[in-house]
Write a protein that binds this ligand. Structure first.
Ligand code: ATP
Length: 360
């Protein structure tokens, strides 16, 4: 892992009067670029050839660093350009997908966020332990398919955006579904060796977004989204008589997100959960969470909130709230959203000469 002291030395060489905000052209880049522009920063897009078309349409990019392949994101050449442009890199879901641990260890550019927690996020087991130690309610884990004795949710390694995941209620059903998923090429043989089996939580999915400000020492709740997942959200459009006998195996590939508001009585707990996660992160990987982080949760009929995933960075659901959310509207006297909140923190840090508090 690149030492924080080294990142700080790199930052010392930056021209702090012309800091730019950089990210990979994917996932929530438009959100990040818009926020950066609104706060007066130049924007840098690390962009796979062909993808610039999307970003040109919105006119939010000042400098492109073109790459042939997403795996080149951490090449020496790209890093050099990023440093020349005094870039602070904002990690998002694609950043985590393309910069694996080995590459992260070679990535000598300041990242807004905690590198150790970005790594924790790549392990379901570590995420689960983090949430449980923080005092959150989490789903039960089944060590093996033999232990399945109630509705269980089967996932596969890596953040696959729900592709190929399925629900079963017994070992026999598990074996049958596994065969079907392999046959349909929804999972690979390699993936099939490592299923991660959780208790299936029945309830309403809600994905809250938070921002932890090291400068203000405060955890803000910025908004919450829900997801459209295919095919599970489409199955119920088929009349029941037609569903029967079809062998439909709903999967959970994410297609999009939509904004949500929660009943007001849940808000206190939503804030508490965010604060608990931050407190635990300080023990887990000092100085703890920096900036955006988000949870995936299911709210049960008794209003218990069960958390099943954590992201130590911006999530794509924040894109549903570009501009404002009901909660940022209540808290700020101006439009506010994740990309802008990130840039606002950088702006304040530049002003107070505290950029080192935001990067690792
Ligand atoms: P991403 O990284 O995009 O979040 P992922 O591959 O890590 O995706 P999950 O988010 O863990 O996958 O799961 C995908 C979807 O499956 C969730 O959005 C939710 O709808 C459903 N889901 C996940 N875990 C459970 C659970 N324990 N009980 C019920 N539904 C679940």
């Amino acid at each position: 892992m690149v030492a924080v002291a080294e990142v700080h030395r790199i930052l010392d060489d930056y021209d702090h009067s012309s800091v730019s905000v950089a990210t990979i052209g994917s996932h929530s880049a438009l959100n990040i670029f818009k926020g950066a522009r609104e706060e007066g920063f130049k924007t840098v897009c690390i962009c796979k050839k062909g993808r610039e078309k999307t970003y040109n349409r919105f006119g939010l990019v000042d400098d492109y660093i073109m790459i042939d392949d997403m795996n080149d994101t951490a090449s020496e050449e790209v890093q050099e350009k990023l440093r020349e442009l005094n870039s602070i890199v904002i990690p998002h879901g694609s950043f985590n997908a393309y910069i694996d641990q080995a590459r992260m260890d070679e990535f000598r550019v300041p990242i807004m966020g905690n590198r150790t927690l970005l790594e924790v996020e790549t392990s379901r087991v570590k995420q689960h332990d983090w949430m449980r130690s923080a005092g959150l309610k989490v789903p039960k884990i089944f060590e093996s398919a033999k232990d399945i004795e109630e509705l269980a949710f089967v996932k596969f390694p890596g953040a696959k955006g729900g592709k190929g995941y399925f629900v079963v209620d017994s070992e026999a059903a598990f074996k049958k579904k596994m065969k079907l998923m392999l046959k349909k090429n929804l999972i690979t043989k390699e993936e099939a060796k490592n299923p991660y089996i959780q208790e299936y939580i029945i309830g309403v999915n809600a994905y809250p977004h938070y921002f932890h400000s090291p400068l203000r020492d405060e955890t803000e709740f910025l908004g919450v989204d829900k997801r459209y997942e295919s095919s599970v959200d489409g199955v119920f459009r088929i009349p029941v008589p037609e569903q029967i006998g079809q062998e439909i195996s709903p999967t959970f590939s994410i297609v999009g997100n939509f904004p949500m508001v929660l009943r007001e009585s849940l808000l206190d707990e939503i804030f508490d959960i965010g604060e608990k996660i931050v407190k635990e992160s300080e023990k887990l990987a000092p100085p703890g969470l920096i900036g955006a982080f988000c949870l995936e949760a299911i709210i049960k009929e008794d209003l218990e909130i069960i958390a099943f995933e954590i992201s130590s960075r911006i999530v794509a659901g924040c894109n549903a709230l570009i501009g404002s959310s009901p909660y940022t509207y209540l808290m700020y006297n101006e439009p506010m959203y994740m990309g802008k909140r990130i840039a606002r923190e950088i702006k304040e840090a530049v002003k107070e000469d505290k950029l080192k508090e935001l990067v690792t």
